[in-house]
Design a protein around this ligand. Structure first.
Ligand code: G6P
Ligand code: MG
Length: 213
């Protein structure tokens, strides 16, 4: 049994670990512009959309960029990222992810996906789990990225469930903030001292226990 009617999952860092692919693609792009890029910087980009991430990287560049130049650089990064994710398969599912999705389904709850990645449909397909979701938000139709609540509110409304009846699952600080401002219960994946706004934090979906929240 669960007091929730829907569970809305983030994708990157929750169901699969694409952060390393984003890291490789952003690092190459940043260095092409003379900007130092490391794992610590990459951490701060988790949950942040593509253009927002690029703006954070180019803030350290020695010159300014026109909107057209920024779009071109984002496109270079994205094509590299797409090459990297083309080899993904069900082997890239994080431990406990399928079990968590199946437990939510078995409990009779609705299942949504709220990722700001415009590659989310491709990644779900590569992982072979597209049909496990009742609704997947199309990030191209979202005006404001996380930490704005828009994406989680859209998922709830399309699932026909009130935000207060939703459990949101996130690994990023910006994502947890998005869930909380949507008025949902936030389950954080990671460390409690990082995800301070989350209602409960677990280290991975291996510990997912719907009845406990
Ligand atoms: C997720 C990742 C971010 C990424 C964003 C946009 O939120 O955590 O690192 O920048 O998606 O991804 P995209 O595939 O649209 O470039
Ligand atoms: Mg994430």
């Amino acid at each position: 049994m669960s007091r929730f009617k829907a569970v809305i999952f983030d994708l990157d860092g929750v169901i699969t670990d694409t952060a390393h692919y984003h890291y490789l693609a952003w690092k190459q792009l940043a260095e092409s512009q003379g900007v130092h890029f490391d794992h610590e910087f990459n951490e701060g980009l988790k949950g942040i959309d593509r253009m927002g991430s690029l703006d954070l990287i180019l803030a350290s560049a020695t010159r300014s960029y026109t909107p057209e130049e920024k779009l071109a650089l984002a496109d270079v990064k994205n094509r590299h990222y797409q090459e990297l994710i083309a080899t993904m398969s069900s082997a890239d599912l994080l431990p406990g992810a399928v079990e968590a999705l199946d437990a939510v389904r078995a409990a009779g709850l609705r299942i949504g996906l709220a990722s700001v990645s415009k590659n989310a449909f491709t990644v779900l397909g590569r992982l072979g789990i597209t049909d496990k979701f009742d609704y997947v938000v199309d990030a191209a139709t979202i005006a404001r990225g996380k930490p704005d609540p828009e994406i989680f509110l859209r998922a709830a409304s399309e699932l026909g469930v009130a935000p207060a009846d939703c459990l949101g699952v996130e690994d990023a600080v910006a994502g947890v903030a998005s869930i909380k401002s949507a008025g949902m219960f936030a389950l954080g994946i990671g460390h409690p001292f990082v995800l301070t706004q989350a209602d409960v934090v677990i280290t991975s979906l291996k510990e997912f226990n719907l009845a406990a929240y």
